[in-house]
Design a binder for this molecule. Structure first.
Ligand code: UD1
Ligand code: UDP
Length: 353
């Protein structure tokens, strides 16, 4: 029997954990202890995912939400350390690139707990992004690195990971496991009356903390909204800033929705416009063109395959992409693996124990 301590904190991590926890039901020789840092805490940013995806209730809830990066990460480190002392796990498992990921990685490496990183090797090459810092530092101290793509694998090789005492596995993308399984649970949001719409999300610090960028993005979306309805489930970070700035928006704002409703919105949309990492891939999984409101992306294979176009924040460029970009509609490849990343991850955790 091995014990894994899983660190969760933010919405996309709950969604990924939904697939792993479900797969774990097939493994009587692995015990999972779940720690929720509290980074995301509103019920529509956290509880809804645990409830609808039947993710086991966290064994520990650390209640560390909000504050600056240093405050948040520092408080998480302090509290995760205490949990590790109590649980003494064989492995710590972290997902992605959030502050919760980094906090877990620091504790595991200092307490000599083996660390597994799901979504290893992704790079935007933009060191101003908090996520880039988090993922580089986490990868460096991980023992088992689960890469979702060949590009992620290549990034690690180029950084010299062949000379570091760690194991790199191409597991495919765990979000594909979830997209395949949960597609059948897609649920129309209550009282939703639109049928021909674009789905958009905005939450990245680089877009929301830079007022000029945010205003320009909203202008771009407003221009598109003159031709087509835009539905935007708003992240609380973005909502707070939009309210403060009193921006005029010609599109439909929703509160954040659960994953089942999100899948319905994706499947029923004509196009996605987003700065989300997860949503760029889900556009591909559900065969929708995607315009990405960033200057770079970690999911480079979507851009080279013309499934996704990077437009940054310039309003005219955003509108031009909507009007004129020719997207590929050949979605038959398997660039994100085969939807069995959870199994690959668990099998490797067992064999390297
Ligand atoms: C975080 C991750 C980002 C990820 C995103 C997923 C980091 C550095 N960033 O960004 O990589 O893409 O989660 O959604 O870890 N807030 C609420 N209620 C909540 C959660 C957040 O009101 O339930 C507000 C708080 O004011 C908080 C702000 O949103 O200060 C930002 O939250 P935070 O977790 O710091 O960053 P995200 O933008 O969510
Ligand atoms: N998502 C959701 N409800 C929403 C917005 C997003 O369930 O209102 C899902 C989305 O489909 C994807 C994940 O949350 O699976 C992405 O999270 P987010 O965009 O917050 O973070 P990122 O992927 O950029 O780290």
């Amino acid at each position: 029997m091995i014990k894994i301590l899983t660190i969760l904190g933010a919405r996309p991590q709950f969604i990924k954990a939904g697939s792993l926890s479900r797969e774990l039901l097939n493994y009587s020789n692995i015990q999972e202890v779940i720690v929720h840092t509290g980074q995301h805490y509103d019920s529509n940013m956290s509880d809804v995912f645990f409830t609808e995806m039947k993710i086991p209730t966290p064994n520990y809830f650390l209640d560390v939400g909000g504050g600056s990066h240093g405050e948040m990460t520092g408080r998480m480190i302090e509290k995760i350390e205490k949990v590790v002392m109590i649980e003494n796990p064989d492995w710590m498992l972290v997902y992605g690139d959030t502050n919760s990921t980094l906090a877990g990685a620091i504790v595991a490496s200092k307490l000599h707990i083996k660390l597994a990183h799901v979504e290893a090797g992704l790079r935007s090459f933009n060191m101003k992004m908090p996520e880039e810092i988090n993922r580089i530092l986490t990868d460096r101290v991980s023992n088992l690195l689960f890469c979702p793509t060949n590009a992620a694998l290549d990034n690690l090789k180029l950084e010299g990971f062949d000379n570091i005492n760690s194991t790199i596995v191409n597991s495919g993308d765990i979000m594909l496991d979830g997209a395949i399984y949960y597609e059948g649970f897609a649920k129309k949001p209550l009282n939703f009356g639109f049928s021909d719409f674009i789905l958009a999300t905005i939450h990245r610090a680089e877009n929301t903390n830079n007022i000029d960028r945010l205003i320009s993005i909203i202008e771009g979306l407003n221009a598109i909204a003159r031709h087509k309805t835009i539905i935007l489930p708003v992240h609380p970070r973005t909502k707070a800033i939009m309210k403060e700035l009193g921006l005029e928006m010609n599109f439909v704002l929703l509160d954040p929705v659960g994953y089942f409703e999100m899948i319905w919105l994706i499947k029923n949309s004509t196009m996605i416009i987003t700065d989300s990492g997860g949503l760029q891939k889900e556009s591909y999984f559900f065969k929708k063109p995607c315009i990405t409101l960033r200057d770079e992306t970690e999911w480079v294979e979507l851009v080279s395959g013309r499934f996704n176009v990077l437009v940054g924040s310039d309003s005219a460029t955003i509108f031009d992409a909507y009007k004129n970009f020719v997207f590929s509609n050949d979605f038959n490849g398997n660039i994100y693996g085969h939807g069995n990343a959870s199994k690959i991850i668990l099998d490797n955790l067992l064999s390297y124990s």
